[in-house]
Design a protein around this ligand. Structure first.
Ligand code: GDP
Length: 365
């Protein structure tokens, strides 16, 4: 025994024992399993997986179409094109209401009802005009829809965050196509009851549902008349506890107000119902109403007409958006725009002259 090397191995330290060490293992695992990368599917493979109902691939395709990168956009557009023949086979419902009206609670309850009582597959999408500024979307957020987020038959996707309202809306509309190709037969598009987003949602759904509350004064003052005119159904939420009577009164007032509007082009008189999203009362009646509306408009041809005019609208919207993007992103405009804007602000040049000069530089570039 070499005592100079390990003096503690001498007899006087009998209780100590130094074993021979083992060779230091390499810090790097020599047998790495190949790291799972997100596969780069071809557009045909994306479509095939989406058609099989592969939710992971569906999510990836939606991420691609939300991406700003032209190469992602190009793949996404091809996937959309390929999915288009398999789309259209769903009932698309727009759901709006001011913050606090109970949208997330209601969507959770509606979705659970539709999936478990009516055997539907549900995709919840959203258009959130505020997400551009806040850089994060609350609407369509999974954490707000506890029941649904655990349900395998539900696909929840928050609002695309980047871009103009037109751009955000286009992405949501394209997501509808992908979801339908993946077999979702019920689509919700949620939005907040402020600003222009209702018009965008209205232009992509078959049924527009407005969630209202009793006692907000809207029903008396006729506020949000524009939104009320778009609604195919108005539902007064929180009709529970000692709020039931107030909710019923509000519903009666909405019904009266609706009588003053001309009959909408669908030929359908919008219905007003009361319910409680939280206590799940009156939910079935709401979906009976939507089913009744769909049957009614399919019968009188309005369903088809509305879908066609929406398709036309989106063609023009898409042209407008892309022309605008092309203009603002062209190098000559990016260079000249700040100066022109400053000149307008200093009243050195009129807005119209500035616009004309910029457009001339763009077209002559
Ligand atoms: P959102 O902002 O429109 O999504 O509204 P939420 O779903 O987050 O609901 C706002 C608040 O209203 C929450 O505190 C809910 O618990 C409550 N709430 C929602 N639905 C009902 C309902 O049917 N009855 C009652 N009493 N409260 C509700």
């Amino acid at each position: 025994m070499n005592l100079t090397e390990h003096p503690e191995n001498s007899a006087q330290y009998a209780s100590l024992n130094v074993n021979r060490g083992i060779a230091q293992p390499p810090a790097v695992n020599p047998y790495p399993t190949e790291r799972k990368k997100r596969r780069d599917y071809t557009p045909a493979e994306y479509t095939e997986e989406i058609r099989k109902g592969n939710i992971t691939v569906l999510s990836q395709a939606v991420t691609l179409l939300e991406s700003q990168k032209p190469e992602h956009q190009a793949i996404a557009q091809e996937v959309i094109e390929k999915c288009l023949p398999f789309s259209g086979n769903s009932v698309r419902t727009g759901i709006t209401g001011v913050p606090g009206a109970g949208k997330s609670t209601s969507i959770d309850a509606f979705g659970t009802h539709l999936i478990h009582q009516r055997n539907r597959k549900l995709a919840v999408l959203a258009i959130d005009p505020s997400s551009e500024r806040s850089k994060g979307s609350i609407l369509g957020d999974k954490t707000r829809m506890e029941e649904l987020s655990r349900d395998a038959k539900a696909f929840i996707r928050p609002s695309p965050a980047a871009g103009s309202l037109g751009g955000v809306a286009r992405k949501t509309r394209e997501t509808i196509i992908l979801c339908e190709a993946a077999g979702f037969d019920t689509i919700f598009v949620e939005t907040v009851g402020v600003g222009q987003s209702e018009t965008a949602v209205h232009s992509m759904v078959d049924f527009f549902l407005l969630i209202q509350l009793a006692g907000t004064g809207d029903e008396l003052q006729g506020i949000k008349r524009g939104i009320m005119e778009m609604a195919d159904g108005i539902i007064v939420n929180k009709a529970d506890g000692n709020n039931i009577e107030k909710a019923q009164l509000a519903a009666a007032q909405y019904r009266n107000a609706l009588h003053l509007f001309p009959l909408p082009p669908s030929g359908w008189t919008p219905k007003v119902l009361t319910y409680s999203g939280y206590y799940q009362m009156g939910i079935s009646e709401i979906w009976d109403m939507v089913d009744e509306y769909i049957a009614f408009t399919r019968e009188n041809g309005y369903f088809e007409r509305r879908r066609n005019s929406q398709a036309k609208y989106w063609m023009y919207e898409s042209i407008n958006e892309q022309l605008k993007n092309h203009f603002y992103r062209s190098p000559v405009i990016e260079k000249k725009l700040p100066d022109k804007e400053a000149q307008v602000l200093r009243s050195e040049i009129s807005s119209f002259a500035a616009a004309k000069q910029l457009l001339d530089s763009y077209f002559n570039f």
